[in-house]
Design a protein around this ligand. Structure first.
Ligand SMILES: [Zn+2]
Length: 307
């Protein structure tokens, strides 16, 4: 049996695994290693390659699920604010350090979307979106069973949204350093975990806050606009909402759905929108392992896809 290698390169932690099946990290947790991401990519590379050297046989291919932005053509991390990682040639480094010729690179959210589509909450659907609402906001799109890319990866966290009346009144401009002008404020700036903390001046999510109920009403309003846009743009069969904010506030799923149905206004009556909430707007099923499972699946597809 061939052995696949997967690396989830996150801003905080790195998870590596090797296995004969992409789901192995979730099933038995064996051959999985996690450590903190440091500012020195060479140090992280050394630790990763040390782990893979313990594999019982040579890896057939490696999949990397990385924080973005990514330069796919060059096989590099893009213009990240993370010190030391900017323009880091991650693909060639792995080829060299682990002596593996087949290396696939994808964004972490795209890899998680792939994992959920094959093994998780998206099983059985050809058209799927996985959106993560955490410190930032991102989404991976699977269309006709394939990850959707343009010249680079989509950046759906930065779409513009209609302001909620409370933000309009208070003048809250969001927290995105690129899109916080008078005429354009993006979704990430208004609905990410960071935005919620800044709007209410919460250090952590403060359950004693008198604004608790209002905070989630506002959040649902913005996320409903994301779901509406995804529906109109990509016609998915299912949308999975994951990430830290949703994980801690799962009640948001129903609230988002209610606002979304209202915003649809009865337009676009294709089968997806007439289904039950449970069939179309769901929580992820692979939890914290979706990134590394997606990375292993990328490794598998790297040598098993006829293109
Ligand atoms: Zn933005």
């Amino acid at each position: 049996m061939p052995l696949w290698g997967g690396i989830e390169l996150g801003g905080t932690n790195i998870v590596c695994a090797y296995s004969e099946h992409p789901m192995a990290p979730l099933i038995d947790g064996k051959n999985r290693y996690e450590f903190r991401t440091t500012e020195d990519p060479n140090q992280c590379m050394a630790e990763i390659s040390q782990f893979f050297r313990k594999a019982p046989q040579k890896l057939k291919s490696i999949g990397i699920a990385s924080f973005g932005p990514l330069n796919y053509d060059a096989g590099e991390i893009g213009t990240t604010p993370k010190k030391g990682w900017k323009n880091f040639p991650i693909v060639s480094m792995f080829k060299q350090l682990i002596s593996c010729a087949q290396v696939a690179l994808e964004t972490d959210v795209n890899a998680a979307a792939l994992a959920e589509s094959v093994y998780g909450a998206g099983r059985g659907t050809e058209h799927l979106v996985y959106a993560t609402i955490g410190t930032g906001i991102a989404a991976g799109i699977i269309s006709n069973g394939q990850l959707l890319r343009g010249s680079v990866h989509p950046e759906l966290g930065h779409i513009g949204v209609q302001l909620h009346a409370t933000d309009l009144k208070s003048g809250f401009k969001g927290c995105c350093k690129y899109h916080a002008g008078n005429n354009f404020i993006c979704l990430e700036g208004l609905a990410s975990g960071e935005a919620i903390k800044r709007r209410w001046n919460w250090t952590l999510f403060d359950e004693d806050s008198p604004h608790w109920k209002e905070a989630w009403e506002i959040e649902a309003y913005y996320l409903a606009q994301l779901v509406l846009m995804l529906t109109y743009a990509f016609c998915p069969n299912r949308i999975i909402l994951g990430g830290g904010v949703i994980q801690n506030q799962p009640h948001l799923i129903d609230a988002v759905y209610t606002v979304y149905k209202d915003l649809l206004g009865g337009y676009f009556n294709y089968p997806y929108v007439t289904k039950r909430r449970e069939d179309i707007l769901v929580l992820p099923q692979l939890g914290d392992n979706s990134g590394v499972i997606g990375a292993l699946q990328l490794a598998y597809l790297k040598v098993n896809t006829i293109s």
